[in-house]
Design a protein around this ligand. Structure first.
Ligand code: MN
Ligand code: MN
Length: 469
């Protein structure tokens, strides 16, 4: 009897691909992921948290390594803001590596160099936003402050205010509707202007008893005293700082059925975490040397020495090649990169039935349908895209099919509506085969982004499959 041919193609639903054990594994993985999100709200914290975890799991600083054998595990730290995790494979790195690259920066609001000022009993901080935000999202909700300040003696103070239950939170005000007639007719860009993103720090005058009024501190100095008492920071130290304002919300399950995760910064810490865990949870020594690369500055174009366009990753590749062969030179590095397969692990937009008009339903990513691939990103006529070859697409999709990982091959929105980029093009510049893939996100770049647990889990499984085969 001849086999019945199935002529059409149906996308799989990621939930339906899970048996009972799979459903439990999904919940357990997502619980770990939520903890990570709460502990890693900035690129620095993500680097810290993951390197700490890697050390506990036997990863050593690659800077201290002179040689390596298959199975050796290393981490690399780029200025505390970007990092990589490496497992040496059985095959020489010059024959190509497997890499998964995500980014750990997220849209946010940064303190300006001289932030603090007093106005009408309020003490406020001036800010400069980072990345593509809708500025009106950030008002009238609880915020926290994270970052580092360098004191004049060179010591570093880590700041984190607004995360523990007994901490105060920070706040950016909005106009009451009663007085917002003029505001409400402005376009979205102007509803809240950049220079209105002023962070409320306090208002209490100096209430010290038995002190002459003339001796009392200004409200601004009262706030500075709080910073000094807690951290040893004076106003002048803020010039040597990176202070980031982010939402104070915790990661939560979303939906009565708990099928989603809501949290700040899932673009792209969801891919960073799934990629890291995929490497960590692969117990067999991989054939190919495997690197999970977590970059900074993606949200502003991958620029700077911690961004994916810097030569840091190339230098790391050279180091890895040299660990296997001390005499290796530039040609070996070029060969290694040209033979490397790279998953550009970044999020895409999930179809949202409330806003169907921005998508083309045949080719959009659906929350719940598994890891989403994009052959190309870019805008308009694919401008700025790294277009993965059909050969590379075939390689990765066939691999996932063999491992029963549900996937979807998608575009981000309808053509000519907008667009976006990832780090893929910069990896392609190095000669690597590269394709974008990651988790579809609802409300991307908002203070509370939502992902489907099924997609988080299957992205993790997809990265594991890539590493293992
Ligand atoms: Mn991203
Ligand atoms: Mn983004």
């Amino acid at each position: 009897m001849s086999e019945k041919i199935k002529y059409d193609y149906e996308v799989k639903n990621g939930w339906k691909c899970l048996d009972k054990a799979g459903q439990e594994a999904l919940e357990s993985f997502c619980a770990d992921y939520r903890v990570f999100l709460d502990n890693a709200k900035t690129e620095r914290e993500a680097t810290d948290v993951l390197i700490q975890n890697a050390k506990v799991n036997g990863f050593a600083d690659i800077d201290g390594a002179a040689a390596a054998i298959p199975g050796d595990k290393f981490y690399a730290n780029n200025r505390g803001k970007s990092c990589a995790f490496i497992v040496i494979g059985k095959d020489a790195a010059v024959n190509g590596m497997k890499m998964i690259g995500a980014h750990i920066d997220a849209p946010r609001i940064d303190f300006k160099p001289k932030p603090i000022y007093e106005d009408s009993n309020f003490v406020l901080a001036k800010t400069h936003y980072y990345g593509g935000i809708k500025k009106f999202h950030w008002v009238a909700s609880p915020l926290s402050l994270h970052g580092v300040v360098y004191l004049s003696d060179g010591s570093c103070v880590k700041v984190c205010i607004g995360e523990s239950d007994d901490d105060p939170v920070l706040y950016i005000s909005d106009l009451l509707p009663h007085l917002a007639q003029e505001q409400m007719v402005k376009n979205g860009y102007q509803v809240i202007a950049a220079e209105q993103l002023n962070v409320l720090l306090g208002s209490k005058p100096d209430l010290t008893e038995d002190v002459e009024d003339s001796e009392k501190l200004s409200v601004k100095n009262c706030i500075l005293k709080i910073l000094y008492d807690k951290y040893g920071i004076k106003e002048g130290d803020l010039f040597r700082a990176e202070l980031e304002v982010v939402p104070a919300y915790k990661a939560k399950d979303v939906g009565l059925d708990r099928s989603f995760i809501g949290a700040y910064g899932q673009d792209d810490r969801v891919c960073a975490y799934t990629a890291y865990r995929a490497l960590l949870d692969t117990k067999e020594i991989p054939d190919k040397t495997t690197v999970v690369y977590l970059s900074d500055k993606e949200e502003i174009g991958s620029v700077g020495n911690t961004g994916a366009r810097s030569c840091w990753l190339e230098n790391l590749c050279l180091k890895i090649v040299t660990l296997g062969n001390k005499k290796a030179g530039m040609l070996d590095l070029r060969k290694a990169m040209a033979n490397t397969k790279f998953l550009s692990a970044d999020v895409t937009a999930a179809f949202d039935p409330t806003f169907p008009e921005v998508s083309e339903k045949n080719n959009v990513a659906f929350a719940g349908n598994g890891i989403a691939f994009e052959k190309y990103t870019g805008s308009g006529g694919k401008g700025g895209a790294s277009d993965a070859s059909a050969e590379f697409v075939a390689y990765i999709l066939n691999l996932l099919d063999r491992k029963n990982v549900p996937w979807q091959l998608t575009e981000m929105g309808r053509v000519d509506l907008g667009g976006g980029g990832t780090i893929a093009q910069f990896m392609a510049d190095l000669g690597m085969d590269v394709i974008d893939c990651g988790v579809p996100v609802i409300s991307m770049h908002s203070p509370y982004e939502v992902t489907s647990k099924a997609d988080v889990y299957w992205t993790y499984e997809g990265y594991k499959a890539f590493i293992a085969e």
